[in-house]
Design a protein around this ligand. Structure first.
Ligand SMILES: C[S@@+](CC[C@H](N)C(=O)[O-])C[C@H]1O[C@@H](n2cnc3c(N)ncnc32)[C@H](O)[C@@H]1O
Length: 191
């Protein structure tokens, strides 16, 4: 990933397009903004940090867990480009429908947001995902998501508010590194 690919994506996919109308004037604020149902559109500097840690390459396949407003799904769509694929999953149906419309307006048919399948964490895919971004905090590293990362792939996930980079090899987790503390809404894993 070129050093300023994330900065370019943030310029190309403005946050305001993924906020309710009344919140759009507040898009430049570097803080999470409440989008309803107790959920937030993430803080821009946190999104930038996570995307840099994820190291997304053009042409790769990315799963965005906790897609919410669709902003991260569209940012990932910009980073992977037309030869890649991004699937955003969101557990709250109302937010998923609104986020899906936001992503569709970004006109990147290779990126989309869908409602999460009840009882399934993430979205298992044959061969796994090259990258998984998780924008909600888990209590512990979810094995179900680790199993969805392709060999040689990476997941970025907050666990107990510590940002973890999980690199996966041929036989499961190869390395876990910690990258600071961040506040997130909880990842719901028991539905
Ligand atoms: C911080 S918010 C949205 C962040 C979003 N990526 C953005 O661009 O602003 C996290 C979202 O994760 C969702 N969520 C929590 N647990 C989930 C799960 N198990 N599967 C899918 N979405 C989940 C919440 O409903 C919430 O909308």
């Amino acid at each position: 990933m070129s050093p300023d690919a994330v900065a370019a994506a943030l310029r190309a996919v403005p946050r305001r397009r993924f906020l309710p109308l009344r919140l759009r004037p507040r898009a430049p604020e570097d803080r999470p903004l409440h989008i309803g149902h107790g959920q937030t559109c993430s803080q821009p500097s946190t999104v930038a940090d996570m995307l840099r840690l994820l190291d997304v390459r053009p042409g790769t396949r990315v799963l965005d867990v906790g897609a919410g407003s669709g902003w991260t799904t569209a940012l990932l769509g910009h980073l992977v480009g037309p030869s890649g694929e991004v699937l955003g999953v969101e557990r709250l149906p109302d937010i998923a429908a609104w986020g899906a419309a936001n992503v569709a307006r970004a006109r990147m048919p290779w990126a989309r947001e869908v409602p999460a399948t009840p009882g399934t964490l993430g979205s298992p895919r044959p061969g796994g995902w090259d990258r998984i971004l998780v924008s909600a905090a888990a209590d512990e590293l979810p094995t179900a998501l680790v199993d969805q990362v392709a060999a040689g792939g990476r997941m970025v996930i907050p666990v107990q508010q510590r940002m973890l980079v999980v690199d996966v090899g041929d036989h499961g987790v190869a390395q876990v590194s910690e990258h600071g503390r961040y506040a997130f809404v909880p990842l719901v894993t028991d539905e």
